[in-house]
Design a protein around this ligand. Structure first.
Ligand SMILES: [Zn+2]
Length: 381
């Protein structure tokens, strides 16, 4: 690129001089030489500056350069993206101290999710994740507003770790996590306009665990080889996106949080389904090993692994849950078990006591036949 600009700059300067100046040939050639030297020196200085400057510093202040590791990793996000160091950040850990049952949380309704195979989704490697654009005919009802689908993407770990989800439950990570991003289409014209508004986005999160082969997820996963490198994309035939959701749609965690990637806008109404979906070990491995953050011609390819953000502080906030039996049942089971254990112990103690008593009686009974035998012996004598 710089090699292209060098002759261009020099040519421009020298031809301008020739066309506009009425100076002696000597002076003109001096000027041309000066201009040439100046151009070469300037370009060389600029080149040296850019070659010596770390890549991270070349990015504009609000540029899109961020990563999960290294100098542009999570800790550095707030420097370029102030919201990442702000309030209402995601993901979080769901633990019992912050959970509150809410009877108003109804099952979500998905409209237009069953997409015909004649329609197509675009799957792209964006250098941070694998993302599939969804159709504007897909939306969710039964939220405070109508939210139209925008895209889905995944977060995962690496082949040597079982942790890959962003949200955790009582400190436990899941293998991976799917996010289906929607925007408030009642108030905003598109996802870009909505993404920095407090009521702008609604994201569904689905946790993954290892189980049998999942044919629905394979409809996306089988295209990974075509999006191995950054900016590669492929068309995916339409299918029913609801197949990617867990069976129990009525049990979920609900809270107000943020995008989990820069710029971390606190604009997301989160719905994290309680029950994970299952994919096979081979499918998870394919996800963990298929893609790179770098472009195909990058001399230093960087594997796309561990693209999940650490859980964030969750001070003085609540997560609302649509289910309660987890607590009631566990309390009831604990009480019943406690009573059963006490009864069992009491029963054993009583039995032991009566056994001892019977033992004493038995000893007396054994003694009596001995007496008879003794009497018989004596009588035989
Ligand atoms: Zn995400």
């Amino acid at each position: 690129m710089c090699a292209f600009y060098l002759p261009h700059i020099y040519k421009g300067v020298s031809s301008d001089r020739r066309g506009t100046c009425e100076l002696s040939e000597y002076y003109k050639s001096f000027l041309e030489m000066s201009a040439k030297s100046f151009s070469v020196v300037t370009v060389a200085a600029v080149l040296i500056f850019f070659l010596k400057t770390p890549v991270s510093m070349q990015a504009p202040l609000n540029g899109s350069k961020w990563s999960y590791i290294g100098p542009d990793g999570e800790k550095a996000w707030p420097k370029k993206y102030p919201f990442c160091g702000g309030i209402f950040q995601s993901p979080i850990d769901f633990h019992k101290d912050i959970l509150q049952y809410d009877s108003n949380l109804l099952p979500l309704e998905f409209i237009g999710y069953n997409v015909s195979s004649t329609d197509q989704f675009t799957l792209i490697n964006n250098g941070h994740s694998v993302k599939m654009y969804l159709l504007p005919t897909m939306y969710i009802r039964s939220l405070p507003f109508e939210y139209t689908a925008s895209q889905l993407h995944l977060h995962w770990g690496n082949r040597n770790k079982s942790e890959g989800s962003e949200h955790t439950v009582s400190g436990k990570h899941f293998a991976a996590e799917l996010h289906i991003v929607h925007y408030n289409s009642e108030k905003y014209p598109d996802v870009t306009a909505a993404m920095d508004k407090a009521d702008g986005l609604a994201v569904l999160a689905i946790l993954f665990e290892i189980g049998p082969f999942n044919p629905s997820y394979e409809k996306i996963f089988r295209h990974f080889r075509n999006v191995k490198y950054k900016d590669q994309m492929v068309q995916v035939p339409g299918f029913n996106i609801q197949e990617l959701l867990p069976e129990r749609l009525d049990e979920y965690y609900r809270y107000e949080g943020s995008l989990t990637t820069p710029p971390c806008y606190p604009s997301v109404l989160w719905t994290v389904f309680r029950h994970p979906v299952k994919i096979s070990h081979e499918q998870l491995l394919a996800l963990e090993t298929a893609m790179y953050c770098t472009e195909s011609d990058d001399p230093e390819p960087l594997e796309m692994v561990d693209n999940f953000r650490k859980v964030q502080e969750f001070h003085e906030r609540l997560v609302f849950i649509s289910f309660r039996e987890g607590f009631v049942v566990s309390v009831v089971i604990a009480c019943v078990l406690g009573v059963l254990i006490i009864l069992a112990v009491a029963f054993c103690l009583l039995k032991r006591k009566s056994c001892k008593k019977e033992g004493k009686d038995n000893r007396r009974v054994i003694y009596k036949p001995g007496t008879h035998k003794e009497e018989d012996y004596i009588s035989k004598l």
